[in-house]
Ligand binder design. Sequence first.
Ligand SMILES: *Cc1c(COP(=O)(O)O)cnc(C)c1O
Length: 247
Amino acid sequence: MAASLIADNVKRVQERIADACAQAARDPSEITLVAVSKRKPAEDILAALAAGVQHFGENRVEEAEIKIPQVHSALAQQADVAPPVWHMIGHIQSRKSKHVPPLFRVVHSVDSVKLARQLSALGGAPLDVFVQVNVSGEPQKYGFEGYGWQRDVQRYEALCAAFGELLRLPTLRVRGLMTMAPFDAPEPELRSVFASLAQLREALAKQFDVSLPDLSMGMTDDYPSAILEGATVIRVGRAIFGERDND
Ligand SMILES: *Cc1c(COP(=O)(O)O)cnc(C)c1O
C-alpha cells in the first residue's frame, strides 16, 4: 500500500481514538495503538513508523522472524527513527515459544499456564504479557475460559488458580488481560464482552492485590467500543494497512 495512504489511515484511526476518548471522558494518551502488520510487507511497517506509530503486532513467529530483521536493518540507515516495540498477538505453539522473547517485548496471547511456564523458563529480559481470556464463549477462540465468570463460581475459581500461577512466574510481568470480541456482533454484545473483561481485570486485581494496568481489546471493527469500555491497548490491522488477501 502507498505510504501516503497508510499515513492517512493512521491519522484517521488517531482521530477516531480521540473521538471515542472524548465520549468516554478519557485522555487519548491512555491508549496505545498497536498496528497489526501481519501478512503485510516490511515497507508498510516503515510507512506506519514514519507516520508516528511505535507499536506493531504480528501473529506468526515464522513471519516475524523474517520481517522484524528487515525492518531493523532498514532503520539502521535512519538514525532519527526509534525502533518499534513488537507485540506478539497470535497463538503460540509450544515448539515455537523459544523464538518469542528474542523477537517480541510484549505477548498478548498467553492462553495457557503451560505456555507461560515455557516463556518464563527461557529467562532473559522481562517479558510483558497479557492473559488471553475467552469471555465471549465462542468455541473456536483461544484463551482461558471466561464466559459467564460472574455467574459461574467454578469458572472464576479456575481462572484465579491459573492467574495465581502466572503471577508467580519469574521473568513475566503480567500487564493485564486480552480478549477478542465475536466478529459481526451487534454493538450491545460487543460492549458486554469488553465490559466483562474489564470487570474481570478489576476482580483479579483485587483478589491478588496487584495492579493490572492494561486491557488489550478492540480491533478494526470494534476499537471505539473497546475504548468506551476501558481498553488501554487496541490492536488495529485493516484500518491502517488495508484488507489482507491471505489470512
Ligand atoms: C488480526 C488481528 C488483529 C487485527 O485485526 P483487524 O481486524 O485487521 O484490525 C487484532 N488482534 C488479533 C489477535 C489479530 O489476530
